[in-house]
Design a protein around this ligand. Structure first.
Ligand SMILES: [Fe+2]
Ligand SMILES: [Fe+2]
Length: 363
């Protein structure tokens, strides 16, 4: 099968197919989470009260309330730009929109469920604001999917996608990172297309700058929650922090390299883009994590490249099927496990935590 045939065979042509794609549960796809609401109810932000109140005032001010409105650009102009895209690029772009709407909606559901199930006024108010933001984000992306006739039924997704239970501390580590890496991803794309407007192949990218400030602030909220519970940030918990840093970075690297055309169309290359995103995320995460990964270490870079190679071979083995395909998959899974373990054991950098937690989105 030629590349073009393969693309056509996988093409997402209906809302049902887009919904199926959003429901996929693999190592690389965004997940939906649930947690221990009673434990969430016990969060006490007293130790960081001043910074917390300043942050809540920003949520209250809602400076993005008018941002997620569509303009005429999304009509004929966007359709014409899309029509000029190659089928392969179009496919990668649609997959990007589907995984983005899924992860935005994942935040919306989680924050909304916490909000409904706690009585702690600080936590309740925060979660309500974050759910408000994520619902706008998800709705805005979904409108672009609807332009292609493949809008996702979010109600159905909420009812039928599998949920993963994480206890609160894992939610804090994972969600903090996904918010901050989301900021770093959006701002890096925005800056690139600001410098190269001819490469902006869809209007949605113009919205990323103000959008990612929401993600930045969501990350700030989890940073404050973790800093109010210092035991989450020392001792054996630093091993969990290392695990989540690596899991989030490795997943992003493999996923972006599986969709290289999208970055190429923006005049970026997936590897350069990813390391820039890691650099920004690492710099930000020093506000809360006392350890960071040395993403410039040659062994780290070789390890991620190896994970991507194994993932590509895994796809080929799955496509092959049969006993040989199964055996190959097992071998590749073992190799993947050891590659991840070797990456995990690489030396990390240590930092003292700053007195003031909050940072400005200055990238
Ligand atoms: Fe969001
Ligand atoms: Fe967010």
């Amino acid at each position: 099968m030629s590349a073009v045939d393969a693309t056509t065979a996988n093409a997402i042509a209906s809302s049902e197919e887009a919904g199926r794609k959003a429901k996929e549960s693999t190592l690389l796809t965004p997940r939906f989470y649930t947690t221990d609401f009673k434990a969430m109810d016990r969060i006490d932000v007293a130790p960081i009260r001043a910074e917390w109140d300043a942050m809540m005032a920003e949520y209250e001010g809602d400076n993005n309330h008018d941002h997620f409105q569509r303009t005429p650009e999304f009509g004929v102009e966007a359709q014409a730009q899309m029509a000029r895209m190659s089928p392969e690029l179009r496919q990668e772009f649609l997959e990007f929109l589907i995984s983005s709407v899924t992860s935005e909606f994942s935040g919306c559901i989680l924050y909304n469920e916490i909000q409904k199930n706690v009585s702690n006024p600080d936590v309740k108010a925060l979660m309500r604001y974050m759910a408000r933001d994520e619902s706008r984000h998800a709705g805005f992306i979904n409108q672009s999917l609807k332009d292609f006739g493949i809008g996702i039924d979010l109600g159905d997704l909420k009812r039928t996608k599998a949920y993963t239970y994480f206890k609160p501390k894992y939610i804090f580590y994972a969600t903090y990172l996904s918010e901050k890496i989301g900021y770093a991803r959006y701002i890096t794309i925005f800056r690139q297309l600001e410098r190269n407007p001819d490469k902006r192949f869809h209007p949605i990218f113009k919205w990323f700058e103000r959008w990612c400030n929401d993600e930045f602030r969501h990350g700030e909220s989890f940073a404050l929650i973790m800093r109010s519970q210092p035991h989450l940030l020392r001792g054996a918990n630093t091993l969990w922090i290392r695990f989540f840093l690596l899991a989030v970075y490795a997943t992003m690297y493999v996923r972006d390299h599986t969709r290289p055309m999208l970055k190429n169309a923006m005049g970026l290359d997936a590897t350069t883009y990813d390391y820039e995103v890691f650099r920004i995320t690492t710099e930000i995460s020093k506000q809360v994590f006392p350890v960071s990964l040395d993403t410039d270490h040659p062994a780290f870079r070789a390890g991620l490249a190896r994970l991507f190679e194994l993932s590509t071979r895994m796809e080929a083995a799955k496509a092959r099927g049969g006993l040989v395909g199964k055996l190959q998959q097992t071998g590749l899974a073992v190799a993947g496990f050891f590659t991840f373990a070797r990456l995990y054991l690489l030396p990390v950098k240590q930092h003292a935590l700053p007195h003031q937690v909050r940072m400005a989105p200055a990238w």
